[in-house]
Structures are given as C-alpha cells and as structure tokens.
Ligand binder design. Structure first.
Ligand code: HGY
Ligand code: MN
Ligand code: MN
Length: 420
C-alpha cells in the first residue's frame, strides 16, 4: 500500500532528483543542439521538434502515463486515477537561438515530479499530468502559445491548421509530416488546476537575490507584421528627393519603437525583431520592406496607446516617403491575471520549503496564460543568469532548477490532495 494522502499527513521530506532532471534536460538539449553552446534550435514542427517530441513522449510512456495527442499536436501524459488531473507543463519548441531551459524545464520537471511521486508511493486524490503544447514560441507560426490557445478553445482547430509560417509551410501540413496530427478532442479536457514552472527570462529575481517567483500574471502582447512598398531604384543615380525607400521607413520605425518605449517608460517594451528587404542588394533602393513590431505592457490601456502611437508614426513616415503600407496582426493577447489562491499557494509553499520568494508578473508569454482561461492557474519562476534568454547561453544554476521543481512538486501535491 502506498504512503497515505499527502495532506493532512504532510510529507515534507519528498524532493525531486536534480541529477535525473539535469540528465533529461541535457538529453533533450542535444536534439537540435547549437554547436559549441548549451542551447538548441527546434523551431515548431521541424524535424528537430519532432525528434524532441518523440523523446519526451517515450519518457511519458516509460513512466506508465496515458499519453494523448490532439489535433494541434499537444501531447499530455496522465497518471492513472479518477477525476480531472492537476496538470503541469510548458513547451519544447524553441526559437532559433534557444536555450536549454526555456519551456523544456516546465515539461521535464513535470516528468521528474511524477517519477518522484511514483517512487515515493504517494497516494493522491487526483492524478497528476504533464503536457507539452505546440508552437508556444510563435517564431515560425504566429501567434505564439498556439497549441494551448487551441487547447482551451481560444481558436478553432481548422483556423490554426491553416496558419502559414515564415517559410510558407502550413501548421496542418507540418503536423501531418512529423506525425503529430493527433486524434484527441479539441478543446481538450479541463484540468483541475494548472501550474507551469519556467525560467524568468529576465533579471528581476537575480538582481533582488530572490530564489522563487510566484507569478501573478502575464503582460499584454501585440505582434504586428508591416509591409512597406516603395520603388526599387538605383542606389547611385537616384536623387534623395526622388526616393520611395521602404528600407528607410522600416529603419525609422525601428528607431521610433525604441524612442516610444523610452518616452512611455514603466513596463512598456518594444522590439523590431525581423526586417526583410527585397531585393536586399547593396546597390538597390529596396522595393519592399517587411518587418515585425512586438509591443508589450502590463497595462492594456497603455498598450493600446503604444499601438496607436506606433501606427500614427508608421502612416506619417510612409506617406512622406511616398510608400504604401499594409499591416497584419500576428498576435494580440490582453494582460492575464492568474488565480490568486494558486499564486498564494505557490508563494506559501516556497516559503515552507525555505526559499525566498516574491510575486511578480511575467514579461514573456506562456502557455499558462491560456490555461488560465479554463482552470485555476499560476506559474513558478526560477532565476535566469544575467536575465538572458532566447540565447543559447541561457543558464539557470542547478540549485535554482531544484528549488523550482521542488516548489512545483509540493504545490501540485497539495492541489492533488483533499486540501487543494
Ligand atoms: O514571445 C514570448 O513571450 C514567448 O517566448 N513565446
Ligand atoms: Mn517559454
Ligand atoms: Mn521562449
């Protein structure tokens, strides 16, 4: 017979095995590894993503979990048991310059927690589950958090499958190609609760010397793709007064985004991450410029203000340059607040385990912001060294990984027993 219920017989001596978690992180990181770094490149639905998925699904099966894959390729492993599971998870797709912890930590810590619970023979009221969601990064196919958005019914499956990526492939065709167009129903089953462990990807915890973040929400996200059309012309013979140069408009917009964020201050951030000129040649004034603008703020009204200011500048600058503009929204998510009771449980659990902890919002988007639409949800943050992420040099100290996974373990145990 397994040990009694976790709560009120509080089993406080149970801890994860950090060596086993580090071994899984290393094995997954080796898939799509970026030569000479600790990082990986596994853009969503590429062969590398498929290989990473195959490895994690194999680990789920080795643990005896019931594994389901749904129509958008989300994979969920559930322990035997009755009732809605307490779910954790994140993503295993990466950006091109991915680190080994972004997303991967939340999924592999889930496997580690389940193996710890099985080994300790702990009996719970509700089963535990771990998931990885498709295309969280949104770098190849926009929007980001696509798999979890579809999972909670935030986008019809058919619409998501028709999305075309930056390389012209569609989500549906790529899911079929890598063998992850699953049959499990969309929207997916509603968990009892969802908790995501993730690296902070920013500097706050490290600067303040805090071990654990009890994440209380996610800031608003606005992604826009802009195409400016001018007139290709000779770089040497065309007088400056005659130019219709979309490259100039794109560059002016990139500078404006920085100036706007400096002016608005607070939590306003803005990025021009992608710029493509055509024909992209040294001696040709560009014909077109396509670029993206990523604006974020914890305050929805301020985010809308930033969007309006940017659009006004874009239109005025393009008109003055005799260029035309089309814009396409790639992603737009309002700020999300997590469930205060689950946030408090994370903070309390971290304190009980002896870790310093603070509540803070997330600057990055996460699958948890979608699960929050359907069930009580919160996140656990661990430090990021130098606040670095979306960079192969991304690093989190082993003791911080262990702290985060133990907070996730004990938070889930409480949610999965009579008390939670
Ligand atoms: O863009 C983001 O915040 C996340 O990495 N998808
Ligand atoms: Mn992530
Ligand atoms: Mn990321």
């Amino acid at each position: 017979m397994g040990r009694t219920l976790y709560y009120p017989d509080v089993i406080t001596d149970v801890r994860i095995d950090i060596g086993r978690l580090q071994r899984r992180l290393a094995e997954l990181a080796a898939i799509g590894e970026i030569e000479g770094t600790e990082g990986s490149s596994r853009l969503a639905l590429t062969d590398e993503d498929r290989d990473g998925r195959d490895l994690v699904v194999a680990w789920m099966r080795e643990l005896g979990l019931t594994v389901t894959v749904d129509g958008i390729g989300n994979a969920i492993g559930v322990m035997p048991g009755e009732g809605a599971p307490v779910m954790c998870g994140s993503h295993i797709d990466t950006v091109r310059t991915g680190g080994r912890y972004d997303g991967n930590l939340g999924v592999l810590a889930g496997l580690e927690i389940i193996e710890t619970v099985q080994t300790a023979g702990i009996v719970l009221d509700r089963p535990l589950a771990v998931a990885f969601f498709t295309n969280e990064e949104g770098a190849r196919f926009a929007p980001d958090m696509l798999g979890s958005l579809v999972y909670v019914g935030g986008m019809p499956l058919e619409e998501s499958l028709a999305i075309t990526g930056i390389d012209g492939a569609t989500v549906g065709a790529e899911l079929e190609r890598i063998g992850y167009a699953g049959a499990a129903p969309i929207p997916g089953p509603t968990p009892h609760a969802f908790v995501e462990l993730h690296i902070e990807q920013g500097p706050v915890l490290e600067v303040e010397g805090i071990t654990i973040g009890a994440v209380n929400g996610v800031q608003g996200i606005s992604w826009t793709e802009v195409e400016v059309t001018g007139q290709s012309n000779h770089a040497g013979t065309t007088p400056m007064s005659m130019r219709k140069d979309p490259g100039y408009v794109a560059a002016a917009c990139a500078a404006f985004v920085r100036d706007l964020c400096d002016e608005l201050g607070g939590n306003q951030v803005g990025t021009v991450g992608r710029i493509e000129l055509k024909p992209n040649l040294v001696n040709v004034v560009a014909a077109t410029a396509t670029f993206t603008v990523d604006l974020r703020n914890t305050d929805e009204a301020l985010l809308q203000q930033a969007e309006q200011r940017f659009n006004d500048f874009l239109q005025a600058t393009a008109t003055a340059e005799q260029c035309t503009v089309t814009t396409r929204s790639l992603a737009r998510f309002e700020p999300v607040q997590f469930d205060p009771e689950v946030v408090s449980l994370v903070a309390r659990t971290a304190g009980e385990l002896g870790y310093s902890v603070k509540e803070l919002p997330s600057g990055a988007g996460h699958d948890a912001q979608m699960l929050a639409r359907v069930c009580p949800t919160a996140m656990v943050f661990t430090q990021s060294q130098n606040g670095l992420s979306h960079n192969p040099a991304e690093y989190t100290a082993s003791e911080d990984l262990e702290a985060g996974a133990n907070v996730l373990l004990h938070t889930m145990l409480q949610l999965a027993s009579g008390s939670g």
